[in-house]
Design a protein around this ligand. Structure first.
Ligand code: ADP
Ligand code: MG
Length: 706
């Protein structure tokens, strides 16, 4: 875990164990260690609240309104009693501030609460007021005795993430905030500025010390906002600074093979090119070729929506390597994908007499031994495979290029293991992704890579028409499918398969298959799911590819890469159970030929607001980037990338879904500094230097723990 930019400068102070802090002690410390991984002062001070409750003012009961998310009220308890039976059983207390009556209601912990309530004593209650039959009430309010500290309001109560166990031991946000206040009080002298003064000035940021203090205990809402802005900026600045610094290092320090000769590329272009490349493909190849001539290691991301034609770009890139006596490999995340790539590339390779092979987990020992040998002696020029490629037994004679497809499914660590397969000189790296990534995510996930994007689809493609249909309209949908089949088209019908409920899903799939078979008795149908033997999968897939079967009933195993241009209709059953990006990926399986393609999203009548938004977005647009932005808003960054492991994504305070603007400014600030003072020799930039070395120390500590 790397908490970019967040830890205050560490002298030993922030390494102090929390048990030495006033108000903690060994028992609480043990709990905080165990439950929240808070070990030392540094961990504690960075345990920032995720929201703040407005305890600035007291409301009068007569002024309450339904719009209030919550209200704080000062008053006394009149009387209380337990009413109702069974699940309706509750404790109801009448609370008054002289302006009206408020009912406080508890369904849980009744006995304990009742025992502790005191009449005619001043209390402060807090919660969401709701009007019921002309009377205001708060269910499960927070209630505390009035004290000298809370009597005047005027503060924002931080709310911290906690665990059930901590709450049971009476460590709640109030307790934690008291402890953190104790820490803040002794920390001031130890929190050093981490950003250069000119940046702080330019963007009118508050100091680091003020920011840390006000994030926990804001003086006002405005201060809270400034504190968050400042800490987000710092976090994103260091995140970008380090990525950009890495990129710079690669460019200046890492030598790369020089691929000057283009013999095979020329031959392919002149005699075997199966179609005219799009302008976008040409542009991207040009960028790649520039990298390959420079004598520096290429680290490039190739970004292109489904169907944009990345495969041929990958192949031509490989030809640059081959023309210069180097080998190339392509790694895909699944066997099916590896196989698709292999089939696609083999056609091109055969036309040139290039030797290409495939290595996956299911390659037989005998074949594997031959492959290993051919890779070692250099006779195997291109190898396509899964992560089986990164095993240590796989050695190359002269690996010059690694292409990684669908990178986000591989960890950064796996990426670098491929790099190491040539110990003389690092191979060039091309990462391909079909998942459109919002700009903010690309900057943090791939900030150390150069980016090329294929932005247009091959000519003649008609945009896919996407519609939403309810299950009740199945008959008319089937009628439409029958017409399309009569026109010679093929159809995908996709069912969700989610691991936790695998059995049930498989039954859904089988039921679906039955019902489709009944409705289309004269149509040959294939079925494909992850539980089938690879041999059977291949058989079914091959039948569909050849057009022998007209409908493919399948789970999401067809999600990525599968390419059957004649399949022009995609029906997605239970569409509400898929994520937005996944639906977009699935849809990308059609629209690959010249015919008009369709995507039909089937759902029940009742769907949630989020589902509605997902479906409307898909019906409205085919633009992967627009879809990715909506997805980011809906799901947040972690879920989209599927990578917690990337390290660089561990942002503590910034949220990539919301902080795109801050990220842009942070990145350009980092760029400007690296441009003018890459080695941080200017005294103005010393804070960066010392903070970076602190981050590094911190990471070493972490790696020792983890
Ligand atoms: P993806 O980017 O999703 O990997 P593919 O490389 O599989 O896309 O290409 C999708 C389809 O488009 C394939 O059938 C491929 O042969 C075809 N294709 C790629 N580039 C072109 C082009 N310039 N003109 C016509 N068809 C193309
Ligand atoms: Mg592809």
């Amino acid at each position: 875990m790397s908490n970019e930019g967040q830890q205050p400068v560490r002298n030993n102070f922030f390494d102090t164990k929390i048990e030495f802090l006033k108000g903690v002690g060994s028992q609480k410390a043990a709990l905080l260690n165990l439950e929240l991984s808070i070990f030392n002062y540094g961990d504690l001070i960075q345990h920032y609240p995720f929201r703040h409750e407005d305890r600035t003012i007291f409301y009068q009961i007569k002024d309450l309104n339904e719009q209030l998310p919550a209200a704080q009220i000062k008053g006394r308890l009149r009387e209380w009693s337990v009413v109702g039976e069974g699940t309706k059983k509750r404790l109801v207390a009448h609370f008054t501030d002289g302006s009206g009556i408020l009912e406080l209601v508890w369904f849980q912990g009744i006995t304990w609460i009742e025992k502790n309530l005191r009449p005619n004593t001043e209390y402060i209650v807090y919660g969401k007021p709701v009007a019921f039959g002309g009377r205001w009430s708060i269910t499960h309010p927070e209630i505390e005795l009035m004290t000298a500290e809370n009597a005047h309001g005027g503060y924002w109560q931080p709310v911290y993430s906690l665990t059930e166990k901590l709450r049971r031991r009476y460590i709640d946000s109030k307790v934690l905030s008291k402890i953190i206040r104790n820490l803040l009080e002794i920390s001031r002298a130890h929190i050093h500025e981490t950003l250069p003064d000119n940046l702080v000035q330019k963007y009118r940021m508050i100091s680091k010390a003020d920011a840390v203090w006000n994030f926990h205990i804001p003086q006002s809402h405005a201060w809270l906002h400034q504190a968050q802005r400042r800490l987000k900026f710092e976090e994103l600045f260091y995140n970008q600074f380090r990525l950009l610094k890495n990129k710079l290092l690669h460019k200046t320090e890492f030598p790369g093979m020089v691929f000057n000769s283009t013999t095979l590329v020329k031959e392919f272009y002149e005699h075997h090119l199966p179609f005219k490349l799009t302008n976008s493909q040409v542009k991207v190849l040009h960028e790649i070729h520039e990298d390959l001539k420079k004598g520096k290691q290429m680290n490039r991301l190739l970004h292109g929506d489904v169907g944009s034609g990345k495969t041929i770009v990958a192949f031509i890139t490989m030809l640059f390597a081959l023309s210069n006596g180097a080998q190339a490999c392509l790694m895909a995340p699944t066997e099916i994908l590896a196989d698709q790539h292999y089939q696609g590339l083999k056609k091109f390779a055969d036309s040139l007499g290039v030797h290409i092979g495939k290595l996956t987990g299911s390659t037989k020992k005998k074949d594997r031994d031959i492959l290993h040998q051919e890779l070692r002696d250099g006779s195997m020029q291109i190898i396509v495979g899964t992560h089986a490629l990164i095993e240590d037994v796989v050695q190359f004679q002269n690996l010059g290029l690694c292409i990684i497809d669908e990178q986000h499914r591989f960890g950064v660590a796996q990426r670098s293991r491929l790099w190491a397969k040539n110990d003389r000189i690092s191979p060039h790296i091309l990462v391909m992704t079909a998942t459109p990534i919002p700009r903010t995510l690309a900057m943090t996930l791939y900030g150390d890579l150069d980016i090329s994007a294929i932005t247009e689809l091959p000519a003649g493609r008609k945009p896919i028409k996407t519609v939403h249909r309810f299950d009740a309209n199945r008959l008319s949908v089937f009628g439409f499918l029958r017409d399309e089949i009569a026109k010679g088209r093929q159809i995908y019908m996709v069912y969700p398969l989610i691991e936790e409920s695998e059995k049930m899903d498989l039954k859904d799939l089988m039921d679906g298959f039955e019902s489709v078979s009944r409705s289309f008795p004269d149509v040959p149908i294939s079925i494909l799911h992850g539980k089938m033997k690879p041999k059977d999968k291949d058989f079914e897939m091959a039948r569909f590819v050849k057009g022998e079967t007209k409908i493919m009933v399948a789970t999401t195993v067809i999600e990525v890469g599968v390419n059957v241009p004649n399949a022009s209709v995609m029906v997605i059953e239970n569409a509400e159970r898929f994520g937005l990006s996944q639906l977009h990926q699935l849809r990308g399986r059609v629209g690959r030929g010249a015919e008009q393609s369709y995507c039909i999203l089937m759902t029940d009548y009742k769907i949630s607001k989020d589902t509605r938004l997902r479906i409307d977005t898909l019906c409205r647009t085919n633009d992967g980037f627009e879809i990715a932005e909506v997805d980011l808003q809906l799901r947040g960054p972690g879920d989209i990338t599927g990578t917690q492991q990337s390290g660089l994504m561990d942002l503590l305070v910034a949220n990539l879904a919301q902080d795109g603007e801050i990220l842009k400014v942070a990145r350009s600030s980092a760029e400007a500094i690296l441009e003018t003072d890459p080695d941080l020799l200017n005294p103005e930039n010393f804070p960066i230097r010392s903070h970076l070395s602190n981050i590094r120390k911190e990471e070493t500590n972490w790696s020792r723990i983890g």
